[in-house]
Design a protein around this ligand. Structure first.
Ligand SMILES: NC(=O)c1ccc[n+]([C@@H]2O[C@H](COP(=O)([O-])OP(=O)(O)OC[C@H]3O[C@@H](n4cnc5c(N)ncnc54)[C@H](OP(=O)(O)O)[C@@H]3O)[C@@H](O)[C@H]2O)c1
Length: 216
């Protein structure tokens, strides 16, 4: 099974993905700018599978076979650029959304290349970028008893990479993998997160995407 490194893994998004990956049997390294913070955070995450979650620096996390970027959007490009040579030849999954809060709504921002996934692809020309996990509420992900039954919408220009990520997602408890298509869908998929979070603010909920009408 592949090892998975999560850059910015100490935040709610990284923790939620890590705990479900470990519950599917993956060994995960939670990356951080501060190894001690990562070790402390990792020790609080109780996965229910064969996988082990360890904490380390982002640099160590980047040694894993598959990498997930889970930093705030403002720091995502700078974080991966520092690790460019380690990330070369690997699948790098972006779950990064560029959003700003205005009152009770989240507003999507459009980065110069249209999406954060495209920004990361430009910063990492020797890596394969796949988008996934954008719409998942972190609190529901981290709580393995939340009853989560969510779809993960996946996109990439690399068919083999997006299929590999889809296989991994399908193994994670509570998640179904849906391959949407190519990188051209990235800005729409990322921006839709603003809709999801705005709905959750309005309804004081932790709803998530589950598409109807698909055959399992
Ligand atoms: N929260 C969600 O429900 C959710 C769901 C889906 C997708 N996302 C996306 O996932 C990403 C992370 O979300 P989050 O809520 O977990 O964010 P967060 O808590 O604000 O940040 C995650 C981690 O990023 C690191 N970080 C913060 N500022 C940084 C900087 N200037 N440079 C480098 N690293 C920095 C921090 O780790 P260290 O201090 O340990 O380095 C922090 O714990 C975002 O892009 C978000 O849009 C979030």
């Amino acid at each position: 099974m592949s090892t998975v490194g999560v850059l910015g893994g100490t935040g709610p998004a990284g923790r939620g993905v890590a705990i479900r990956l470990a519950s599917a049997g993956y060994d995960v390294i939670l990356g951080s700018r501060d190894a001690t913070r990562a070790e402390e955070t990792a020790s609080t995450l109780l996965a229910r599978g064969e996988g082990v979650i360890r904490g380390a620096t982002n640099d160590v996390a980047a040694d894993c076979e598959i990498i997930i970027v889970a930093t705030p959007f403002e720091s995502a490009v700078a974080t991966v650029k520092e690790l460019k040579s380690k990330l070369a030849g690997k699948i790098v999954i972006s779950m990064v959304n560029a959003l700003v809060r205005e009152g009770k709504e989240l507003i999507p921002l459009y980065p110069p290349r249209g999406s954060m996934a495209a920004q990361l692809a430009f910063a990492l020309p020797d890596s394969t970028i796949v988008g996934a996990f954008h719409h998942l509420p972190a609190s529901e992900m981290e709580n393995l008893d939340s009853g989560l039954d969510a779809d993960v919408v996946i996109f990439s220009d690399d068919v083999a990479a997006r299929d590999r990520v889809a296989t991994m997602v399908a193994e994670m408890p509570g998640l179904r993998a849906i391959v949407a298509g190519s990188m051209s869908l990235a800005s729409a998929i990322e921006a839709f997160t603003a809709v999801c979070i705005s709905i959750n603010i309005r309804y004081k909920a932790h709803s998530y995407v589950k598409l109807a009408g698909l055959r399992d």
